[in-house]
Ligand binder design. Structure first.
Ligand SMILES: O=C(CO)COP(=O)(O)O
Length: 249
């Protein structure tokens, strides 16, 4: 059975004091849920976040990592550095990394490979841009993003993969994919994975939706059969909103 997951991607927000304050609030307000709950603070606050959540079931995850083991990559963070501070899940392929930092499918495939070799669970993000949806190419774009980064994996690797479908036009825009659009794409993703691997791989991978998920729309989106949770940006920065979204799963 695949897990339900609600993850907060804090992006480049919250200094150390704010990070600690938000974590204290979240840990105190965390509702009883079977879902895995994750937060991704910025790199400089990751170690402090891990320490803060030592006694909580909220998991601290990273927003990015480099594909190289170590070396002359100024400004970068390795898989081993994450593992060393107790972080063993990492977001890879967020659309902001693709758009602003030149991360191509080829680079992302290398990052996924390194993460899995190191035993890091990957939350792989992908999704079409507005023009792709307008021109009816959204399925093709999503399929090629998955294929380029993930289809050379072994079947056994998939137990360490979480997918996050984040249509770029819905990120931070207030415009959410409708629950039907999310379900349609998630079902398509499962079909494509079943064809490339098998139905057990497809049925066991958690597929999260991301893009303007809020307390007011979470329940309807999460009610769809192929939507296994959410990757939340803006609304994860406010404890009451994030907690309400967790309650909706
Ligand atoms: O990019 C996202 C999560 O990774 C979604 O961001 P918003 O929830 O702010 O639209």
């Amino acid at each position: 059975m695949r897990s339900k997951i609600v993850a907060g991607n804090w992006k480049m927000n919250k200094n150390l004091a704010e990070t600690e304050a938000l974590l204290v609030e979240l840990a105190a307000k965390l509702p009883d849920t079977e879902a895995e709950v994750m937060v991704a603070p910025t790199f400089v606050n990751l170690a402090a976040a891990v320490r803060n959540l030592e006694t909580s079931r909220i998991e601290v995850i990273a927003q990015n990592m480099h594909f190289a083991e170590s070396g002359a990559y100024t400004g970068e963070i390795s898989a081993d550095m994450l593992l060393n501070i107790g972080v063993d899940t990492c977001i890879i392929g967020h659309s902001e990394r693709r758009a602003y930092f030149g991360e191509t499918d080829e680079i992302l495939a290398k990052k996924v490979k390194t993460a899995l070799q190191k035993g890091i669970r990957v939350m792989f993000c992908f999704g079409e841009e507005l023009q792709d949806r307008k021109s009816g190419n959204h399925f093709k774009v999503v399929e090629s993003q998955l294929k380029n980064a993930l289809f050379s994996l072994e079947k056994s690797d998939w137990s360490k993969i979480i997918l996050a479908y984040e249509p770029v036009w819905a990120i931070g825009t207030g415009e959410t994919a409708s629950p039907e659009q999310a379900q349609e794409m998630h079902a398509f993703i499962r079909k494509v994975i079943a064809e490339a691997f098998d139905s057990s791989v497809a049925n066991n991978v958690s597929i999260l939706y991301g893009g303007s998920v809020k307390p007011g729309n979470a329940e309807e989106i999460f009610s769809k059969p192929d939507v296994d949770g959410g990757l939340i940006g803006g609304a994860s920065l406010v404890s009451d909103d994030f907690v309400d979204i967790i309650k909706a799963i």
